[in-house]
Design a protein around this ligand. Structure first.
Ligand code: SAM
Length: 219
């Protein structure tokens, strides 16, 4: 088994269970035309987020890290009538591409893009209805800050997903000095030590290489 096999199996699984989707494919084309990095979740992972929103019966979803709106479209489509997704993005250019993509995909009305650094935007969400699912996918250095906010903005039973916790195996390198690896490790330690969470994490392989995600519930 090697990365080519992982990618081939991932494509097979996506072809079999996800299928073609003009709105999502147009989103990725627009992302590429705007020269944004192809760092969106894989199709099978987007579908997983979609299913998690449905399984959790989530009405309010929070995303940290919008990029071009690919994962946001997946999650917004899983919302019931009247549901809402708030997604935070620091880069104005990314947010503009995302706005157009979300509108074109027909989910624009359900999605509120908040422009700014997440650490600055998150406090403004306090006092609203709790979020039922929170997807953390931005600067990994800030994962502990985002997890703290996830716990504050969620409620008992809310689902928290943290992307990119495998990082080609580097996450297990205790001597790494890479800021992102240190951030990912600190986030996983917070999920272990903070009594507000109960969590696990899974490695993934596929079209995005070797990575993983953490899944937690608010206790
Ligand atoms: N969730 C997206 C998807 O799967 O389609 C991918 C998000 S991409 C991995 C990370 C995004 O987070 C980038 O668009 C980046 O500009 C944004 N970002 C990075 N640091 C941020 C911060 N401090 N606050 C808000 N957004 C940030």
């Amino acid at each position: 088994s090697n990365p080519d096999t992982w990618a081939a199996v991932d494509r097979y699984l996506a072809d079999t269970l996800v299928g073609h989707d003009p709105a999502l494919e147009a989103t990725l084309a627009a992302q590429s035309r705007a020269n944004l990095q192809p760092i969106e979740v894989a199709p099978v992972a987007g579908k997983l987020l979609h299913l998690l929103v449905r399984i959790a019966c989530a009405r309010r979803v929070l995303e940290i890290g919008t990029l071009a709106g690919y994962s946001a479209i997946w999650m917004a489509r899983a919302l019931p009538e009247g549901g809402a997704l708030v997604t935070i993005e620091a880069e104005p250019a990314n947010a503009a591409v995302a706005r157009a993509n979300l509108d074109a995909a027909g989910v624009g009305d359900a999605v509120d893009i908040r422009l700014g650094r997440a650490a600055d935007v998150l406090p403004s969400l306090e006092g609203g209805e709790p979020f039922d699912l929170i997807f953390i996918d931005a600067d990994k250095e800030s994962n502990t800050v985002y997890l703290d906010w996830a716990a504050r903005l969620g409620r008992r039973g809310s689902v928290v997903v943290v992307d990119n916790v495998g990082r080609s195996g580097e996450v297990a390198n205790a001597r790494s000095e890479d800021e992102q690896i240190l951030g990912v490790r600190a986030g996983l330690e917070a999920l272990r030590d903070d009594p507000r969470f109960d969590a696990t994490a899974l490695q993934t392989v596929g079209v995005k290489g070797w990575d993983g995600f953490a899944l937690a519930v608010l206790v």
